[in-house]
Design a protein around this ligand. Structure first.
Ligand code: GLN
Length: 309
């Protein structure tokens, strides 16, 4: 176990000369002004041990990583019927692409591209006001991480709303196909707030632990989803979690992972650990450049991979 601590520290140390590499998201000022030289890593095992390196306690905008949590809520609420609204295939396109939507009649390719995540948020809204839905998401993430201090950064949410022209286009397009049940403003209001959740690597790793533990968080004992559902969420993270970079991530890291444009990545080593990394500089696909590299190093040094040993 101390082994893991030294691996995590080594990774942070070895990457230090590269801190600042990549391009920080600049579509909203709150992300553009984040110090690019930050790097954090947190590994929490199914035995309940936690290993931290670098800026693992610094909160950042989790952005699209929230899509894993809303997918889990939507599956809990509606079961497998959600798959009539969203597909399960990798898109091979950018996270905010609109091109496939028309050809595929307003059914987004998967729940992790923006269009798919917006469709999922529409399902989370069922029976709720937007405020209640946001409350449900925040409470769910706190429950997963077993931490009451997790909050939404309202400035980020406001900026997302002010600049989210493309997300408005995606949502309006789906609504025109009759594929959203709620007003576009309501759905996007919730979507922008889930993206604006602020969490540290330590909190995020804890929140993902149920996916490493066969649907049950081994530290709290909470059964969040069934074994089968956890396996399937992991499958979607592997095939779709990094947009058009998902194949490359599977090849290099070999673990299910979900990235966010804030520079975070949640990765799952099933039966072993939940891992969160964060570094704001992104690669060309909008995934954390050093975060992906750190996970590649971790997978190599621990032998963790879903493809063999
Ligand atoms: N808030 C961003 C958006 O909706 C999230 C995208 C991402 O993290 N890839 O465009």
């Amino acid at each position: 176990m101390t082994d893991l601590q030294s691996i995590v520290e080594e990774i942070a140390r070895e990457l230090e000369p590269r801190f600042g590499e990549g391009r920080v998201a600049d579509y909203i000022p709150q992300l553009a002004r984040v110090n690019p030289r930050q790097f954090g890593i947190a590994v929490t095992t199914v035995d309940g041990d936690m290993f931290l390196g670098g800026d693992a306690e610094v909160p950042f905008s989790i952005q699209s990583i929230s899509k894993v949590f809303t997918l889990t809520i939507a599956l809990g609420k509606h079961g497998e019927s959600i798959w009539s609204r969203v597909g399960r295939e990798p898109s091979g396109s950018a996270f905010n692409s609109i091109v496939q939507l028309e050809r595929e009649n307003g059914i987004p390719r998967n729940p992790f591209i923006n269009a798919g995540a917006i469709a999922i948020t529409d399902l989370v809204l069922a029976g709720h006001t937007p405020k209640e839905a946001i409350g449900e998401i925040v409470r769910f993430v706190r429950y997963l991480a077993d931490e009451d201090g997790i909050v939404v950064d309202h400035e980020v949410a406001k900026s997302e709303a002010a600049t989210g022209f493309r997300n408005h286009a995606l949502a309006n397009f789906m609504r025109s196909f009759g594929k959203l049940d709620h007003p576009v403003d309501h759905v996007l209001g919730v979507y922008f707030h889930q993206c604006a959740l602020s969490m540290s690597c330590r909190q995020l790793a804890k929140a993902g632990l149920y996916l490493a533990g066969g649907g049950r968080n081994p530290t709290t004992g909470h059964r969040v989803v069934s074994h089968l559902r956890a396996r399937r969420i992991n499958a979607l993270m592997l095939t779709c979690g990094h947009y058009d970079g998902s194949g490359e991530f599977a090849y290099r890291v070999g673990l299910p992972g979900k990235s966010g444009v804030g520079g975070g990545i949640l990765a799952i080593a099933p039966g072993k650990a939940s891992i969160a990394v964060w570094s704001p500089g992104l690669n060309d696909n909008g995934n954390s450049l050093l975060g992906s590299t750190a996970l590649e190093m971790l997978a190599e040094r621990t032998g963790w991979s879903i493809f063999g040993y």
